[in-house]
Write a new protein. Structure first.
Length: 127
């Protein structure tokens, strides 16, 4: 799903400096809807979690430790990140792709990040 890049996390200073940011997330402090849970259940082979609860109750809490990592989801996110790094690495003109207007913008806009990375991961057959 898309998540608003609001600068609340460690990427905030990069956005403020005009550096393009993106990312993958498996744990946030938002509530998962039944529709999201059902979709994740289908996509992730029963690793969809529970509806009407916070995605990750340990997000930015003391219990947010390595013991709280779901290994199935972790593997999916690592593969999705690897796919995107390879994709970006093969672009002929990365700077133009990242900055289509030709320059950075020193601001912290509220950006809606699409789920392009995960969609591409699920279509890729060579991972």
């Amino acid at each position: 799903d898309s998540k608003i890049f609001d600068g609340r996390s460690d990427y905030g200073p990069f956005l403020f400096a005009g550096i393009v940011c993106s990312g993958l997330s498996a744990g946030v402090d938002l509530t998962k809807t039944k529709e999201q849970r059902d979709r994740y259940y289908r996509l992730l082979n029963e690793e969809g979690g529970m509806a009407n609860v916070v995605y990750d109750p340990c997000y930015h809490q003391q219990c947010d430790t390595i013991e709280n990592i779901n290994p199935v989801i972790y593997e999916i996110l690592v593969k999705a990140a690897a796919y995107m790094i390879e994709y970006l690495g093969q672009l002929n003109d990365l700077k133009t792709w990242l900055y289509p207007n030709g320059q950075t913008t020193r601001s912290l806009p509220s950006l809606n990040i699409n789920d392009v990375v995960l969609n591409n991961y699920y279509r890729a057959k060579d991972l």
